[in-house]
Ligand binder design. Structure first.
Ligand SMILES: Cc1ncc(COP(=O)(O)O)c(C=O)c1O
Length: 419
């Protein structure tokens, strides 16, 4: 190629047109196994086999339906012309509804401390970006929901993993957390009720966690997206246990309101002046992405102040599926499983033969049966520990069929006969 210059045209070296354009280094550390594993499933489907997707926590795929009054609220907003940009923190009616919801859950709140987000996911990303950078540490549970480690990889901060204890129903190990606190600790992530374990935390553990954040002056990032899906009824806000603690709570319409594709969520920052700069930082970052999806914001007030009767029906359906999962999994030789008490996840463990990994088991299961789970190491457990996550949203009869396939495969795998 030639480019013009004062003395005429001079040649410049151009890279070969076919050479691959490099991606930024940070992409290497960004991993989200729940979706990555679908690549393998697609290959199985291409060979003509049916895949049963137990990898993603989307109730809509399994026949649960968004409440009609929420759909009407969005439809009305669109028809009435609310299709422009919303304020970057969200429309007032949505922020008021979230503030009222927080108060009903025991967390003091006002609409100025609420930001409407594109799902819990965006709230988490905004908060972590506002709080942590290279050299900073964030305390994360193991197993974890993988968005946390992915976002930390992106912003260059370091995840510091704390144990949750399977033998105690996946309760957080508070002494372990205490031992991991350093001057670089910038936040403590608490996912309660939990994905991927389906656990709900004890009152003592919750109290200890919120007190740690109060005493050590780092925010507790409370992922409460499953708060309405504990089988025994909604879990109060963790912030209610210590009103002075620097808690930021996150939730959305994705799970308990059956609208995951709408990307309608929120974060709410506790009323302590210790968090005023963080709130300002979050709002500054939120300005840059203009707003969350405008018409969907109108569903927040409809959902949070309207009829919630679908939630009791949903909880009952989940309790039944959790029971089937617990019974069937523990009936399989070589597999143990803690009983979930919330949401739609279980984290069984297979006693792996030496040298095998959780990924060997999960990929072998997929290839032999078409059943797609996610390997535990996608949630930061050790590959040799043999954990895998099951999403139990399918009907009880379909789950029984699937668990029979898992049982048959596990027998073959442990006998060394599966690939
Ligand atoms: C613990 C946890 N946090 C956050 C999210 C993201 O949810 P949202 O759809 O609200 O972004 C999920 C989704 O599965 C989740 O399980």
């Amino acid at each position: 190629m030639w480019i013009p210059s004062e003395g005429g045209r001079i040649p410049v070296m151009m890279p070969r047109v076919s050479s691959a354009i490099p991606v930024a280094e940070r992409v290497r550390g960004f991993s989200y196994a729940i979706r990555n594993i679908v690549v393998e499933a697609r290959k199985i489907e291409a060979s003509g086999r049916t895949v049963r997707y137990l990898n993603i926590g989307d109730p809509i795929i399994f026949g649960f339906r968004t409440p009609p009054h929420m759909i009407e609220a969005v439809e009305r907003a669109m028809r009435e012309g609310d299709n422009g940009y919303a304020p970057s923190a969200g429309i007032l009616s949505a922020r008021e509804a979230v503030a009222t919801e927080c108060i009903q859950r025991g967390m003091a709140m006002n609409p100025d401390r609420v930001v409407v987000t594109s799902g819990t996911s965006e709230g988490i990303e905004l908060a972590l970006t506002a709080l942590a950078g290279p050299g900073d540490e964030v305390l994360i549970p193991v197993p974890t929901y993988p968005l946390y480690t992915a976002v930390l990889a992106k912003i260059g901060a370091r995840p510091v993993f704390y144990r949750t204890d399977e033998r105690r129903g996946w309760q957080p190990d508070v002494d372990h957390i205490r031992s991991l606190i350093t001057s670089a600790t910038r936040a403590l992530v608490v996912i309660d009720p939990n994905n991927p374990t389906g656990a709900t935390y004890s009152a003592e553990a919750r109290r200890a966690l919120v007190d740690l954040s109060y005493q050590h002056n780092f925010p507790l990032l409370a992922d409460e997206v499953y708060a309405d899906l504990a089988f025994d009824g909604p879990v109060p806000a963790i912030a209610a246990l210590n009103p002075d603690a620097p808690v930021i709570t996150f939730s959305s319409l994705s799970k308990a309101y059956l609208a995951p594709g709408w990307r309608a969520g929120w974060l709410a920052v506790a009323l302590t002046d210790r968090l005023d700069d963080v709130l300002a930082g979050i709002k500054k970052l939120a300005d840059g992405r203009l707003c969350s999806t405008g018409p969907m914001e109108h569903a927040l007030a409809a959902a949070l102040t309207g009829d919630r009767s679908h939630q009791q029906a949903f909880r009952d359906a989940l309790r039944e599926r959790a029971h089937v999962t617990f019974e069937r999994m523990n009936a399989i030789d070589g597999i143990t499983c803690v009983a979930p008490t919330a949401a739609f996840y279980a984290m069984p463990r297979v006693a792996l033969p030496p040298g095998k990994t959780d990924e060997d088991f999960v990929l072998g299961l997929l290839r032999a049966t078409g059943v797609l789970c996610v390997y535990g190491s996608g949630f930061a457990t050790a590959p040799g520990d043999g954990y895998f996550r099951v999403v139990f949203l399918a009907s009880p009869s379909e789950l029984r069929e699937i668990y029979q396939l898992i049982a048959d495969f596990t027998g073959e795998f442990l006998a060394g006969r599966a690939r």
